[in-house]
Ligand binder design. Structure first.
Ligand code: NAP
Ligand code: F7E
Length: 330
């Protein structure tokens, strides 16, 4: 029997890599997309064959996390074996400007979809995209037992969703797993996030654009991994015998400044000539240091990171350079 998966947030960085992975594994994949005035399915462009085939293996459905009745209808219609709940307002800085909206989408959105599953008595496995932002100010290294101390409306919304997910597991005996993922990046990362913002600027400068790169806090420490490998951990969590919660991280620590230096260095550029400070990128409260201990995932799921930060920087700069140069030659 072909397994069916439903992915919320399929148009995002992780959703697109997860769709690739599940299609490779032979799943029938259903994704929830939002109506937008211009196309928002660019990250799925390479999957057009699966989408447009006579018997498509990828199906896209309009829906929104704020629309509970639509979630019920979709789950009832699709009857997925596995639900990967990745959709969220995921921008930490923006969550300070739109805390109520972030709480509604990123927090309550999880309750809406879990409650929809419970109400229609759907027998499925559920993945909740939890985040290292829930650890906030808790000192590193952070692992599953580390107390949560979120530092933003986004982190607080994810903390609420994490506990709701655990409660549905305990109260209703549902197969619910929280993946507590540390920052993971790729050429498909949105350009508002710091890594892609840097690699895209480096590519433009290398290609001859006359520009500066305006940045906020260069001192925060992050544990950056490769998104393509992190979606494998999501899948592994839903194949386990018992549902549980897992930290997914590399265990390595770099500052934002380290990332800047490596990215400019990879292109043979001196970062100090191009990088400038702008306080609009500062946050009212910052998360200073996130470094994950993913030993539980290594032991129980057999998951280990392969691509570490220096290699990740190189592959992101190379991908952006290729795109920028192709655009220039059009
Ligand atoms: P992303 O690129 O920002 O993608 C977010 C996805 O959610 C997009 O498909 C977006 O749709 C969709 N979405 C947003 N609001 C929605 C709504 N109201 N209804 C339906 N869909 C909505 O995020 P990502 O980096 O792939 O991350 C995936 C998940 O993991 C998110 O929940 C994020 O918070 C969490 N997470 C990410 C990281 C990381 O480092 N990347 C780490 C830990 C946890 P549009 O394309 O239409 O905007
Ligand atoms: O910031 C600093 C910023 O926006 C990283 C999301 O996927 O990962 C992500 O959240 C650091 C912060 O990611 C700029 O202050 C400096 O300390 O790339 P970011 P994030 O906030 O860590 C977690 C795990 C998630 O769950 C989230 O969904 O970089 N920083 N200067 C800057 N950040 C940005 N965006 N832009 C700057 O100019």
């Amino acid at each position: 029997m072909t397994k069916k998966a439903l992915i919320t947030g399929v148009t995002g960085q992780d959703g697109s890599y997860l769709a690739d992975l599940l299609l490779d594994k032979g799943y029938e994949v259903h994704g929830v997309i939002r109506r937008a005035s211009i196309s928002n399915i660019g990250r799925l462009a390479h999957l057009s064959a699966a989408l447009d085939a006579e018997e498509p293996r990828l199906h896209l459905h309009y829906g929104d996390l704020t629309d509970g009745s639509r979630l019920i209808a979709l789950l009832q219609q699709i009857q997925p074996d596995e639900v990967y709940h990745l959709a969220a307002q995921s921008d930490v800085r923006l969550s300070f400007d739109q805390p109520e909206f972030t709480g509604d989408v990123t927090g309550m959105g999880t309750t809406r979809i879990l409650e929809a599953i419970r109400l229609i008595k759907l027998d499925c496995r559920f993945y909740q995209a939890s985040s290292s932002e829930m650890f906030g100010s808790a000192p590193p290294p952070q692992k599953e037992s580390t107390p949560l101390w979120p530092r933003s409306p986004y982190g607080a919304a994810k903390t609420y969703a994490y506990w709701v997910a655990r409660n549905y597991r305990e109260a209703h005996s549902m197969f619910v797993a929280n993946g507590i993922l540390f920052n993971h990046e790729s050429p498909r990362r949105g350009k508002a996030f710091v890594t892609r913002k840097i690699t895209h600027a480096v590519a433009q400068i290398k290609a001859g654009y006359d520009r500066k790169l305006y940045m906020g806090n260069l001192d925060s420490v992050r544990d950056w991994g490769y998104a393509k490998e992190y979606v494998e951990a999501m899948w592994l969590m839903l194949q386990a015998d018992e549902p549980s919660d897992y930290v997914i991280a590399t265990g390595t620590a770099y500052t934002v400044k380290d990332f800047v230096e490596q990215a400019f260095g990879h292109a043979g550029l001196d970062w100090q000539k191009y990088v400038r400070f702008n306080d609009r990128y500062l946050r009212p409260t910052e998360v200073d240091s996130l470094i994950g201990d993913a030993s539980k995932a290594a032991v129980e799921l057999g998951w280990k990171p392969k691509t570490l930060m220096p290699e990740l920087v190189s592959l992101m700069v190379e991908a952006d350079l290729k795109t920028v140069l192709a655009q220039l030659s059009e």
